[in-house]
Design a protein around this ligand. Structure first.
Ligand SMILES: *Cc1c(COP(=O)(O)O)cnc(C)c1O
Length: 412
């Protein structure tokens, strides 16, 4: 959905140059068709099986994206009360929401239970106890899955690996059986499922299958004990192509999942985040200055680490392309922003034929990009635009500098 036409990069049918002219830079640009295609590929891979795709909205929580996915029947994986408020504001169905996260507050639990969410993915015995208390006080029963930590190595960046014993996530695999037995005795708790999520940006799905097998073993042991679960939630984690990776094929992964689940009467839940939005967005930025040097040449652009943190945080690699050929001389540049940190780079040692004033597109910026942005250096957050065919929609205004300190107060 992002292609060169007559030497100029387009989002669907709209030239990025036109978007920069109308909305300014830096600016996130998403393709509606690419978003819809990614969700629909996941949903079709569920075939005729009883399954629900719950978009892990922390990857990109813009209301227009949530609204698009909600309209296509998606549920949502949330990690805070704020995310639930977004789902509701975007017209999503709380009855298709699963609530993950190790630190749910009592207020968040009350809000979620009152909204009628599908399931709490409980991550510790202490959380179960708090949830039972909250549900009891409300005269309700809370639907629960345990997020089980299968101790499987997702073989990804350590910051986004979550399914190892040393990670903070989930209940220990060996303790899970006992916890289920204890939970079924609590009148305020309705045990309905089991959940795992082992990490993000996996470029092979073997670890996901390894985790699945451990989950199915547990499901069977619980069934033998008379604890029959309604659903199995396999989390998210499928990687995408940033550079030349060969990410897992959704269809192949799902076929293997359904084959292993076999005849068991289990609804399958999936929580994809990155794989639904990552390659459906880019960050459009303009070169302010070219700064040639003895050791390095720098292309100083108007986007920075506050807009896109992934390179600084995870040493992540994003493709950076010139939006059109301005006839600038070819050279190797570090593409850096205006923020006062040496970690403020979007890409290093990139071969570009550019001049000052040219537009660059930082690709694969649909996931964990805008949602991780900050106002560091009092930089207003970028605008967000969604392209649909020949139409452009502003889906988030560029922040105004006054808005950044509107909540602050002088001493009285
Ligand atoms: C982040 C997260 C996901 C989504 O992970 P992706 O790698 O973006 O697919 C799913 N489930 C949980 C619990 C998460 O924290």
């Amino acid at each position: 959905m992002f292609e060169f036409r007559h030497g100029s990069l387009h989002a669907e049918s709209v030239p990025l140059e036109a978007i920069a002219r109308e909305f300014g830079t830096p600016c996130y640009v998403y393709s509606r068709a690419a978003l819809a295609a990614a969700l629909s590929a996941f949903q079709s891979a569920c075939g005729g099986h009883d399954a629900l795709v719950c978009y892990a909205m922390k990857a990109n929580s813009n209301l227009a994206i949530l609204n698009l996915f909600a309209g296509m029947g998606a549920g949502f994986d949330i990690v805070s009360g704020g995310e639930l408020a977004r789902v509701i504001a975007a017209g999503g169905d709380p009855g298709k929401v699963v609530f993950s996260g190790v630190g749910k507050s009592a207020a968040e639990m009350r809000y979620a239970l009152g909204s009628g969410i599908l399931c709490f993915n409980v991550e510790s015995p202490a959380e179960l106890e708090r949830l039972a208390g909250v549900a009891g006080a409300m005269g309700r029963r809370a639907p629960v899955s345990f997020r089980v930590n299968p101790d499987v190595d997702a073989r990804t960046h350590p910051y986004i690996s979550t399914g190892l014993k040393e990670n903070k996530f989930g209940v220990e695999f060996d303790a899970a059986f006992g916890l289920y037995r204890a939970a079924t005795r609590l009148p305020q708790i309705e045990v309905i499922g089991i959940d795992c999520h082992i990490g993000s940006d996996l470029i092979q799905y073997a670890p996901l299958i390894e985790a699945l097998d451990k989950m199915l073993g547990l499901v069977d042991r619980l069934a033998a004990e008379g604890i029959r679960l309604r659903h199995l939630d396999l989390g998210g984690g499928l990687g995408i192509r940033y550079r030349d990776e060969l990410p897992p094929d959704v269809g192949a992964y799902m076929r293997e999942v359904f084959e292993r689940v076999g005849e068991r009467k289990l609804k399958l839940l999936f929580e994809p985040g990155r794989s639904l939005v990552g390659n459906a967005g880019l960050l459009l930025t303009r070169i302010e200055y070219l700064k040639p040097g003895a050791a390095r040449n720098f292309a100083v652009v108007d986007a920075a680490m506050n807009d896109l943190l992934r390179p600084a945080l995870y040493q992540a690699w994003h493709d950076i392309v010139a939006v059109s050929d301005s006839g600038g001389p070819g050279a190797v540049y570090d593409v850096v922003g205006p923020v006062c940190e040496s970690a403020d780079f979007l890409g290093k040692r990139r071969e570009l034929a550019v001049s000052a004033g040219d537009l660059l597109a930082v690709m694969s910026a649909g996931a964990y990009a805008m949602c991780m942005s900050s106002n560091y250096n009092s930089r207003p957050r970028a605008a967000e635009v969604m392209v649909d065919g020949e139409k452009t929609h502003l889906i988030r205004e560029r922040e105004r500098p006054e808005a950044l300190f509107a909540l602050e107060r002088l001493l009285r």
